[in-house]
Design a binder for this molecule. Sequence first.
Ligand code: SAH
Ligand code: SF4
Length: 422
Amino acid sequence: MLTPAVSEDLSQPAPLKIEGPFLGSQPAPDSRRLFGLNAEALAACMVAAGEPAWRGNQLAEALYRQRVTELEAITTLPKVLRQRLADEGWQVGRPRITQVFQSVDGTERYLIECPGVDGATVETGLPGESFNAAGVVETVWMPEGDDGETGDESGTESAEASVAHHQQTTLCISSQAGCAVNCQFCFTAKLGFQRNLTAGGIAGQVVAVFSRHAVEVGRDRVNLVFMGMGEPFLNYSNFMCAVQLLVREVGLIPQRMTVSTSGIIPGIERFAAEPPELRPRLAISLNAPNDAIRTEIMPINRKWPIQSVIDTVRRIPLRPRERITFEYVLLGGVNDQPSHSAELAHLIRRSGLPAKVNLIAWNPGPGISYATPQPEAIEAFRKTLIDSGIPAYLRKPRGRDIYAACGQLKRTVEACKTQTCV
Ligand code: SAH
Ligand code: SF4
């Protein structure tokens, strides 16, 4: 509910006050950020200030379509109103790209400072890990994608393809700083959980990168994957509010968004109830053909084992042609054997789900001692799935040289020390 401010002194303009869907209470003067509020919340903000509600649409247009970063640049608002907003401590407050790392393959990895982090803040407890007070996360731009979207429902529409730029581009977004899930093969896990991002922090990564690359929404085709740092379904409300902003205010379509989860059942249950016009596609990080292996590499499997995850996924009313993606990180000698591919094929066929499998060869790094499988083992694994009638694709590693590949997003400070920052 949005509560208009009451002013006793009618000669003075009412102070701006908002209790919108993204802000539970009156924000402190040092955290009055417009970015992250939807058009209704912005309109309420304007009404509370004695302005017409349609000024909220002007604000939304400026923040999410024109991608302004300063109040001064919102020229559709009268100068005096812009000044008043600034005097009361309001700012645009969009997440900011603070560093860019460029790979030889064209991939860019960004460090993005997301103000307005919320949720509990936890020290990692790991030696040498400093507290991520600024809410710095990593976002990755892959101009040629990584083939993760091959075979998706969105791939069947090509009306705009002849004029579109960025046709293959994939943008990988973070939902949390760090992650609490503790998958044994993942470098983000090493950070532990640091912060939940707000809706503005999540959607702002997209708007900041779109601004950098002058993406034209509606003409260009960019796939969004919520596969960066963090577990989106452990920050569900902020994640879904971000999707709403991206769909309603930025103008993106959910068929070109994929959210990946390690199998958080309460999150999947909420996801199943989302309206189709707002629900992204779903990927499940399966990574093992049975509970014994999965529990070893993903301890969360003890709480939510494979069959319970699959049973919950089956409750999602899928769109025509929509498929569930099963992500499978191949760990040499652990889950990449012929018996594993056969067991996986059986598991997926038995589920009855329209599904595809995205295979990823494990991306290595210091401090974790799994092995990347041999190319022949990967191809044999894929072939078994395909021969069983299951579409299976191999995701290309992108930006390995700048630690931008899947699961490598971690330790931003260390990365800065060893790489060239642009
Ligand atoms: N937390 C969510 C989304 C982020 S992880 C999830 O787990 O689904 C995104 C993907 O990266 C997951 O499928 C995960 O299994 C994979 N991944 C993690 N570490 C990896 C590594 N070192 N190499 C390759 N893929 C990895
Ligand atoms: Fe978290 Fe996903 Fe990494 Fe697991 S794979 S630790 S859920 S980011």
